[in-house]
Design a protein around this ligand. Structure first.
Ligand code: TMP
Length: 201
């Protein structure tokens, strides 16, 4: 089973990915994006460096390149082994950040993601929704995207909402502003439910 956690910077998804992987135990494999494989981690350094100018299209392609690597090297083999892959961000990040907030377009970014992943999408995506102003107090503003400021994070949040509304079966929205343990309990319950459904298929 393939689960992704999504949200704007500072929404708490990295903490939740860790708590979920711990709760699931040995069956879980936690991956972060961009990154999760040696070459993809190198690409991550370029992608988040605020001092390195990147054209939006080059940015999109590099995210997709990093994703192609981690899918081929880590995610597909783990899914084939029957693992529950817990991914901290996946293609929905690209559609929300590059497609909507950067303005490259939903269709174009989805197509790029399809090519990069061979059409792989998560069985379940949990979108941790939070007010961008609150989330902003939880980050240090140090990476390329955090440094874009509040308006950018607002358009990413609007993007996620649009995606969640357009794919309600896959993308489930959770209130990320609640205490960590409450969010974690909901995350685990949602994953166990979809895991049961996937096992019955
Ligand atoms: P992280 O802080 O969640 O590890 O992600 C690094 C940054 O990269 C974060 O600000 C979101 C951004 N990002 C995109 O813009 N597009 C993508 O496809 C992914 C995976 C991340």
């Amino acid at each position: 089973m393939f689960v992704s956690l999504e949200g704007i910077d500072g929404c708490g998804k990295t903490t939740q990915a860790g708590l979920l992987a711990d709760a699931l135990g040995d069956v879980a494999l936690r991956v972060r994006e961009p990154g999760g494989a040696l070459a993809a981690e190198r690409m991550r350094e370029i992608l988040i460096d605020p001092d390195l100018p990147l054209d939006p299209l080059a940015e999109l392609m590099l995210f997709c390149s990093a994703r192609a690597q981690v899918v081929a090297e880590v995610i597909r083999p783990a899914l084939d082994e029957g693992k529950v892959v817990v991914c901290d961000r996946f293609s929905d990040s690209t559609v929300a950040y590059q497609g909507i907030a950067r303005g490259l377009g939903v269709d174009q970014t989805r197509q790029a993601c399809e090519i990069a992943t061979g059409g792989l999408w998560p069985d379940l995506t949990l979108y941790l929704e939070i007010d961008p102003e609150i989330a902003g107090t939880r980050t240090d503003g140090g990476d390329r995207f955090e440094g874009e400021g509040l308006e950018f994070q607002r358009s990413v949040a609007d993007g996620y909402r649009l995606l969640a509304d357009s794919e309600p079966d896959r993308i489930h929205v959770l209130d990320g502003s609640r205490p960590q343990d409450e969010v974690a309990a909901d995350v685990l319950a949602e994953v166990e439910e979809v895991r049961r459904q996937v096992a019955e298929r």
